[in-house]
Design a protein around this ligand. Structure first.
Ligand code: NDP
Ligand code: GDP
Length: 338
């Protein structure tokens, strides 16, 4: 039985990856933060909470990481732990650097010392492309991160490559474009929209306040993306891969797709900070722009080219953004559990 360790097991990807690995017969160990109320809601939602073995750790403490890696000989280690909110990273830039950047080298160094045969996955991100240098973005595109989150992730990405090249670790970095699901954190724009619209559809007529609606993202489904993570670690040679759908969509369009799934029709009126959407049946404002949600620096548009993952891993995204919006909106309408 293969043994896998997942940091960030309580998050969206941690839940989907746990389910995938358990289905494949792995023994899954989930590392959970010491000193935090462990939130297992997503793991319960996917029915895997009781099949995971849990260990406590602190990604900020070298000794804690060393102990974790020494405790079991893991075949595969997936580092999903992160201060994952780009918006919050401006409020906690040093914390973001420590968890998303230095945390990665703590794990890699423990692996080098105590478990050099473990395979390692680093959760890198399209946020590293930031102010994009080329369209679409692939593994060779230069990085220009636009947030403390993105800057820290660039360090995590390159230290993963460096440990692979310096010490021969089987360490791969997945440059994943945004991926969503009904388990997405409620602070991310897609889930904020589907939660807000489903409340509206149930009669709670409070407008959702959003930032810049012109932003475009290449959004995929988290279930597809964890499959890509696993495929990376099954390769004989470690490498870096972009996972993306190859389609980019403005936020306004995502809102329309979610509304459509809830049988609502929105009429967009006004521009810039005066822009808002009226829901036709009720005549009430369902969405409005609030400059408080503008970011100090933006990543205006991302579009990924996953042809390397397609050619080498046989991976491709199978769920489009319209379907994802409907899946999330229906889930939130039926039962909002968070
Ligand atoms: P989530 O926000 O859903 O989960 C983040 C996980 O990290 C949670 O388990 C959280 O644990 C844990 N975490 C937060 N702070 C710490 C800390 N100080 N020490 C240890 N663990 C911590 O993120 P996702 O599942 O969506 O993303 C997984 C990874 O993939 C992250 O690294 C993210 O940056 C990256 N990524 C995600 C993308 C996406 O679109 N989803 C795109 C590209 C990369 P707790 O429950 O204790 O808070
Ligand atoms: P990110 O791509 O990892 O930052 O994922 P998010 O879902 O947090 O944000 C995606 C984009 O949506 C960013 O460019 C945000 O500026 C934009 N956005 C617009 N309004 C909002 C909002 O109300 N909340 C969030 N989180 N993002 C918003």
């Amino acid at each position: 039985m293969k043994k896998a360790l997942i940091t960030g097991v309580s998050g969206q990807d941690g839940a989907y990856l746990s389910r995938l690995l358990l289905d494949k017969g792995y023994e899954v160990t989930g590392a959970r933060r010491q000193n935090s109320q462990f939130d297992s809601a997503r793991l319960h939602k996917l029915g895997v909470a009781s099949d995971i073995r849990y260990v406590d750790y602190d990604i900020g403490e070298l000794e804690s990481i060393n102990h974790l890696i020494r405790s079991t000989e893991f075949d595969e280690v997936y580092n999903l732990a992160a201060q994952s909110s780009v918006g919050s990273s401006w409020e906690q830039p040093i914390y973001a650097a420590d968890v998303n950047g230095v945390g990665v080298v703590r794990l890699l160094d423990a692996l080098r010392t105590y478990s050099p045969h473990s395979r390692f996955y680093q959760a890198s991100t399209s946020e590293m492309f930031g102010l994009v240098r080329t369209v679409p973005q692939n593994e060779n595109t230069a990085f220009y991160p636009r947030s403390p989150y993105g800057v820290a992730k660039v360090y995590g990405h390159f230290i993963t490559i460096n440990y692979r090249e310096s010490f021969g670790l089987h360490a791969s970095s997945g440059i994943l474009f945004n991926h969503e699901s009904p388990l997405r954190g409620s602070a991310f724009v897609t889930r904020k929209v589907t939660l807000g619209l489903s409340r509206f559809a149930r009669g709670e007529h409070i407008p959702i306040k959003l930032g810049n609606l012109n932003i475009c993202r290449d959004w995929g489904f988290a279930g597809d993306y964890v499959e890509g993570m696993w495929r990376m670690l099954q390769e004989d040679v470690a490498d870096d891969y972009v996972l993306a759908t190859g389609v980019t969509t403005p936020i306004r369009e995502f809102v329309n797709y979610a509304a459509e799934a809830l049988d609502m029709r929105l009429e967009w009126i006004g521009s810039d900070i005066a822009e808002h959407a009226i829901e036709r049946k009720t005549g009430k404002v369902a969405v409005k722009v609030d400059p408080n949600f503008f970011r100090p620096a933006e990543v205006d548009s991302l579009l990924g080219d996953a042809s390397k993952a397609s050619a080498k891993l046989g991976w491709k995204a199978t769920v489009g953004i319209r379907e994802i919006a409907a899946m999330m909106a229906h889930s939130d309408y039926d039962d909002w559990w968070s």
